[in-house]
Design a binder for this molecule. Structure first.
Ligand code: NAI
Length: 329
């Protein structure tokens, strides 16, 4: 089993090279190239390709891979909305992912964004570095005894619910499939969650139904002074409406690990460039907004789990076995 590993970052190489000897029979070739139609040919002579969450695997890309003889796409991430699954199925390519590698990593990052944004740590950090020890503008809010509304209580949402519960918050949630293990959570309709929550944290996948679920209409239904956090997918929030809502002083704090414009910039260093987009810049101009670059998953534990599961997926496929991580059926 020979895998071409696209868009390799130094941490990918470090973790995969460390664990590869545990999987004899698997060979990896690393490239920094992103997977696109014109780079699909690099996978010639390989059985599989391995890609991350930001690779746009539209039908043209999938067909180009099939033309090179690729039989397996290994996603080293949980989400799979970036792959045209119909095209993969048509081409006889199996797609496997890494579900739930460390829900706590993402949930802990969601809470880190909540605390950073709502206690203005991002501003305080810079102030103290400039020997400015003043406090005006840094007033926060307590979370204790406030209401946390979790949208989507799968693996990550459940971990976030437990963290909020640990902070002494009242936890409510919206999900079509209530998680029975969360006996401290009250499930409510979405409108009720929007109206009652002091903190809203998004943990549902991006689908046609959830695209732009946070828009001016739903923002209007929220409490004034609400804290909103998104560590799920940028498309859940209509960014222009979020900006408008913040201009109307709806939000006390906003924390985003994902946002609509991230696709062209995520995981790259553009610190010396003049960026052509403006939405993220407009968001960053607000003092109550904190943005990180899709790093919710980025812990040592999660990287180890991603690496092991990806290699196990490859091994299963090579042995003609299928596990629960196949997303093309
Ligand atoms: P999961 O599949 O365990 O849970 C998703 C939950 O959302 C399920 O309970 C499902 O019933 C619910 N859901 C689906 N449609 C919904 C709707 N319209 N309204 C309310 N709930 C709905 O997924 P998991 O592992 O918890 O991941 C959640 C999301 O987190 C992923 O879809 C992915 O987009 C994102 N993610 C972000 C990462 C980061 O680094 N920031 C890393 C990993 C995942």
């Amino acid at each position: 089993m020979k895998i071409l590993f696209y868009d390799t970052k130094e941490y990918d190489r470090e973790y995969f090279e460390k664990h590869l000897p545990e999987y004899p029979g698997i060979e990896i070739e690393f490239t920094k190239a992103e997977l696109q139609v014109r780079t699909a040919a690099l996978a010639k002579d390989c059985d599989a390709v391995c890609t991350f969450v930001n690779a746009d695997m539209n039908s043209d890309v999938v067909r180009s891979l099939a033309a090179e003889g690729i039989r397996l796409i290994l996603l080293r991430c949980a989400g799979f909305n970036q792959v045209d699954l119909d095209a993969a199925k048509e081409c006889g390519i199996t797609v496997m992912r890494v579900p739930g590698y460390s829900p706590e990593a993402v949930a802990e990052h969601a809470m880190a964004l909540v605390l950073t944004a709502c206690r203005r740590i991002h501003k305080a950090y810079n102030r103290v570095r400039e020997n400015d020890f003043s406090l005006p503008g840094l007033t926060g809010v307590n979370l204790y005894q406030k209401t946390a509304g979790i949208i989507g209580t799968g693996k990550i949402g459940a971990a976030m619910a437990r963290i909020c519960h640990g902070f002494g918050m009242n936890v409510i949630a919206f999900d079509m499939y209530p998680n029975r293990e969360l006996d401290f959570v009250s499930y409510v309709p979405l409108d009720e969650l929007l109206a009652q929550s002091d903190l809203i944290s998004l943990h549902c996948p991006l689908t046609e139904a959830t695209h732009h679920m946070i828009n001016l209409e739903t923002i209007e239904k929220m409490k004034d002074g609400v804290i909103l956090v998104n560590t799920s997918r940028g498309g859940l929030i209509k960014t222009d409406d979020l900006i408008e809502g913040n201009r109307r002083h709806k939000f006390f704090a906003i924390g985003l690990d994902v946002y609509e414009e991230e696709k062209n910039y995520v995981y790259e260093d553009y610190s010396s460039a003049i960026l052509s987009h403006s939405t993220t810049a407009r968001l960053l101009s607000f003092p109550n907004v904190v943005i990180t670059s899709h790093q919710g998953f980025f812990t040592q534990e999660a990287l180890t789990a991603i690496c092991r599961t990806t290699l196990e997926n490859a091994e299963c496929f090579a042995n003609g076995e299928m596990n629960g991580n196949v997303v093309t059926q």
